[in-house]
Ligand binder design. Sequence first.
Ligand code: NAP
Length: 231
Amino acid sequence: MTGTALIVGASRGIGLGLTGELAGRGWNVVATARDLEKSKDLIALADTSGGKVRIELVDIAEAGSPEALRERLSGETFDVLVVNAGIGGPRDKNPRTVSHEEFCHLFVTNALAPVRLAEIFSKQVAPQTGVVGFMTSVLGSVEGASAGGMELYRASKAALNSFTRSFAARHKDKGWVVLSLHPGWVKTDMGGPGAAIDVATSVKGLADVIERARKDRKDGYFDYKGDTIAW
Ligand code: NAP
């Protein structure tokens, strides 16, 4: 069963791949970028999609930008909303070495802004049948954090996971499925060339997880293979 999806953060990497995967399955996709100059692949995808992919602009971390997007998309309802946008932040730093500015930028982008955007679109996600997905990471699992490393990124995604569960609880009456999604370790600008899987493998799995969750109406923290991750 297809429908209309809003994919936020689709200029490159996993968001671009997921846009192409869903469009290929027959979905209509509104895909967002921040800067068209840096979104050549998304533009090419939209141009060859036969009208399935439409591009909009939003910077989730910029005050007023998600509200402006909502204005432009007023009157439209989405069956699936995926907030994919995220950043790696200062990977080698820790709570002692990170600056307040770096910390705030990372946490606003990865934790606050995705959930705030979903809140802003809460009247435009299909009630009872809609799916809201947040692209988190297995590194956001508090239970799995014993390996160490990437402490600030981990904490930002753990905060996103916490916000996501509160979001799901607050909107229980809407009947949405709310997903925390781990795409795998993927060969993108963020994942690097040595990552375990390519974008095509990740997004095929993610699209399967999203479509299955829409049908089964089951919330959760899932990886791209559909396996459950411990919070
Ligand atoms: P990527 O290649 O670096 O792409 C990041 C995407 O997020 C780009 O489209 C970027 O847009 C967008 N973005 C960043 N900040 C934004 C903002 N303030 N407003 C709007 N869009 C913004 O990363 P990726 O590997 O595809 O990762 C996508 C998501 O998966 C992220 O949330 C990441 O944390 C998560 N993830 C990735 C991996 C991995 O191995 N790659 C593993 C676990 C989780 P611009 O082009 O404008 O910068």
